[in-house]
Each structure stands twice: as C-alpha cells, then as structure tokens.
Ligand binder design. Structure first.
Ligand code: ARG
Length: 493
C-alpha cells in the first residue's frame, strides 16, 4: 500500500514538473546551418562557433526573440540543408548567384567581397598583375586549389550561370575548406589557391610561406543569407533586420569587431593544438564514436538476425513471401551502395525534415548498413551447421521452424561470432564518415581542431593513433570473449 502511495506521489510530482516547464513560453526555434571553417565569418574558437556571420544572426535572433540552433556542416551541406528545408537559413559568407537562386532565396546583401589568389612566397606568380597571372596559370596548366562548392571553384572551372570563363588548362583541386587548400599550397602540392578575400587574409597570417597576390580581385560578389525558398516571410524579416542593422550601427560594430577600423585586420592569437577545450572536444568525439558504434551494432544485429530469418524462410504464404523478397532487396541495396551515399540519402532525402542531432540518423544508417552484412554473416553461420541436423530434427517429428529455432540457429550464431566481432571492428572505423552529415564524432573532432589550428601533422597523426588503439583494445576484448566461449564449449563436451 505504502509503495503504491509513494509511486503516486512520484508520478504526480513528475507530471507537475513537466507541466510547469511546458507552461514556460517556449521560444520559436530557428535552425541555422553554417560551415565554421571560414574565419573571420564563421569559425570555432574554444569549442564555440563564432564569427561575423554568427554575431549577425544572433543579433537577428535576439531582436526577434528566437532561439538559435546552429548546425556546423560542410559548405555543400549548409546549402543543401537550406534548399531541402532541413534548415531555415544558411549563413556562411554565401555569395548570391543566379544559379543558387534556383534552389534557395536570398536576403539582401550584408557584405561585399572578392576572390583573390594566394601563392607561395617567392613564387613566379607573386608580382604579376591580374591579366598576367590568369594567363600564366593557364599556360602552366597550374593546379589551383579552392574550397569545394564555392565561388572559387566556379571561377577556376568556368560557369555560364556565374558568367565565369574559367582558367583554361588549369586543374581544379577542391578541398573541404580553405585551410586545407592553403596548407597544400604551403606544402608545394599545388600552385595557387583562389578564395574569398577576408578568409584569405586570415589564412595567410596563420599558414607559413604563402601570400596574397597584390591588387588581384577576380570577382565582385555580395554575401547574403540563404533562406528556404518557401519561406518568403523569413526573407522579408531578415531584410528588415539587415536594413535596420545598417542604419543603427549594428553591422558597423560587427565589421569593426572582426576587421578593425583599418583594413589591417583580424588579430590571430597563437592557439596551442591540444589545449583544454580541444582535449575536451576529442573526448566528446570519442564518446560519440563509441555510442554510434555500439548502438548501430546492436541495431545491425537485431535487423540482421530478423532479415536472415526472413530470407531463409521456406513458405508459400504470399505475405511472407513478399517479406522474404523485401528482406532480400534490402540486403542487396545496402550491400550494393557505399555507406556515404546511404548516409547522405537517409539524412538529406528520407529524413529531410529531421532537425535533431544528426548522430541518430547516423546510427540508423550504420545500423541498416550493418544489418545487411550481419544477415549475410548469420546466413553463413546457418549454412555452416550441417544439413544432417535439419534432417535429424525433422525425422524426430519437429517442424522446420522449431528445428531452425532450437537446433540450427543457436549453433549458427555461435559459429558466426568471430565474424560478428569483425563487423564491430569495421564499424568503429566506418563511422568516421559520419561527419559528412555534420554529426560530431572522433574524426570530426580532430578535423575541426586541425582546421582551427592549422596543425594538421600532429592532429592527423594523433587521430590515427587513437583509432588504432581503439581497434586494438576491442580486438583484445573480442579475443578474450572468443577464448571464453571456446573454453566453455570444450568443457561442455
Ligand atoms: N563566398 C563563397 C561562396 O559563396 C565562399 C563561401 C564559403 N563559406 C564557408 N563558410 N565556407 O561560394
């Protein structure tokens, strides 16, 4: 009786607390995508996304009493998100162009920019003027770097909609972000980089042996906020805000904060690669990688077992037959396409309106992918149990399903254990592509540190080492489990 009363009190208080919290007026949420690898417009500092654009959109949110959900993804991803409606808007130093207007709307411009050329110190391109440098790069069939999906890329390749002729003969080298392109330049792997002017200045201050070619301004472009096409009221409200921000000094204050009043701008402090914030973010990434791997693996096992049962079914029932072929189709599709493709389709198309943590979409994708492989592993396990056992079971008068369940399946799983262990180990490594949909895992944690500190050597090496140790650890654990099972088997005989 007492317990019942207690339970009732607990339940009532929980309802009360929930009731209270939901009474509090919830602010409307604005989902914003960006690519925080474009200092000074957006970048990560001490684990937080900051920059010109972020200040601007925060000012907008404050003024309109909105709650911001800022998602940091690839530049491509930021644009796709806004055109598919996954985010309400993208702010990422995005240049307005007719081509982009086909899939998204733009606010009025808030900043004007140009593309510039970065070359190595002392390079033969260093003192050329605009026409000369373009001709020379073309004659040399130069390798020119840029960030994927940006104006720089269109400029080098040439694009009718953007009215760029392209640099004939040049080879485009597209990187995930500008810092990687400039690092490749500094290493001597490419001949030049074409990128927006303000980020170019930051990069040249932070990366050794590179400089901007003087007085070469290849384009003149306007940055604006990209908005989902259907959301005309948001465009209007942003335009109103931009207009007011220009009038009341908000925009000037942001410009001064990031560029100073002079053109000599942006102070870059010396950041150490593995400071406290960065180490914390590595742990967070590690935790996420483990969560993703474990949950996806469990989901994969569940799916794999069910699917292998379905594909091995012997039935004439139409509905069950349909299920069997559905299961076979699933295995074919998930084994027949790359995991990154599956991840992108599931995130951007199937769960187009999902705005929560991308990790869960990742878990689902890896679970589905792994399920297809696990089902094959289980099938192999079933086939490894000798056919005589089925016959023996049947001749004892048991039906097919009972023999399967009671005799074949338990042995099949045991035989399949080593391969299941391997599947787990592969998953640890495979999940490293989850950053493609912006989910924060171990790889993304390191990539972000590298892009913020430009210290690619130590970050990439440590990242490799950590994965190696992780795999080593789990290989040992699996070996122990296997040995244990074999031991039990021998004892059981
Ligand atoms: N302004 C260029 C464009 O729109 C580059 C923008 C890149 N922005 C970024 N956050 N990475 O194509």
């Amino acid at each position: 009786m007492k317990i019942k009363k207690l339970l009732l009190i607990v339940l009532l208080s929980i309802t009360f607390i929930f009731g209270m919290t939901s009474c509090k007026k919830q602010k409307q949420k604005l989902v914003v995508t960006t690519n925080a690898e474009f200092n000074p417009f957006e970048y990560v500092e001490n684990g937080k996304i900051t920059g010109f654009d972020i200040d601007l959109i925060r000012a907008y949110a404050n003024k309109n009493d909105l709650e911001l959900d800022i998602q940091d993804v690839d530049f491509d991803g930021a644009l796709i998100a806004v055109s598919t409606g996954k985010s309400d808007l993208a702010i990422a130093g995005i240049t307005v162009s007719e081509k982009r207007k086909e899939t998204m709307s733009f606010s009025n411009s808030y900043y004007s920019a140009d593309q510039v050329v970065i070359v190595k110190d002392g390079s033969k391109y260093e003192n050329l003027n605009q026409d000369e440098i373009l001709t020379q790069l073309s004659l040399d069939n130069a390798k020119i770097g840029c960030q994927r999906g940006t104006t720089g890329e269109y400029f080098i390749e040439g694009d009718e909609d953007w009215e760029f002729d392209g640099i004939k003969g040049a080879e485009v080298k597209s990187y995930d972000n500008g810092a990687l392109a400039v690092t490749a330049l500094s290493n001597g792997q490419i001949d030049a980089v074409i990128i927006d002017s303000a980020p170019a200045r930051v990069l040249c201050k932070s990366i050794k042996n590179v400089k901007i070619v003087k007085d070469v301004l290849l384009t003149s472009e306007e940055y604006a906020i990209a908005v989902n096409k259907e959301n005309t009221s948001l465009v209007e409200s942003l335009n109103k805000f931009i207009f007011e921000a220009k009038e009341d000094g908000t925009l000037d204050a942001i410009v001064n904060k990031y560029f100073g009043t002079e053109t000599e701008d942006v102070v870059i402090d010396d950041k150490s690669t593995f400071n406290k914030d960065n180490i914390l973010s590595i742990f967070k990434g590690l935790g996420n990688t483990l969560i993703i791997t474990f949950t996806a693996f469990l989901l994969g096992i569940l799916l794999g077992v069910l699917v292998s049962l379905a594909t091995n079914m012997q039935t004439k029932n139409k509905a069950l037959l349909a299920l069997k072929y559905l299961a076979k189709g699933y295995v074919m599709i998930f084994r027949g396409t790359p995991i990154i493709v599956q991840l992108l389709i599931i995130y951007y198309i199937v769960f187009k309106s999902f705005t929560g943590n991308a990790i869960w979409i990742g878990v689902l994708s890896f679970g589905l992918n792994s399920g297809a492989y696990v089902s094959e592993i289980v099938r192999g396990g079933i086939e490894s149990v000798s056919a005589g056992q089925m016959e023996a079971g049947r001749s004892l008068g048991l039906n097919y399903h009972t023999v399967m369940k009671k005799i074949i399946f338990p042995q099949a799983i045991k035989n399949a254990l080593p391969s299941l262990g391997n599947e787990f180990i592969s998953l640890i490594k495979e999940t490293s592509v989850i950053g493609f949909i912006g989910a924060f895992d171990l790889t993304l944690a390191f990539r972000k540190i590298a892009n913020a500190t430009y210290d690619y050597t130590s970050t990439y090496l440590l990242m490799g080492l950590l994965y190696f140790l992780l795999v080593l650890l789990f290989t040992c654990i699996l070996k122990l489990i296997e040995r244990r099972l074999n031991h039990d088997r021998i004892k059981g005989r």
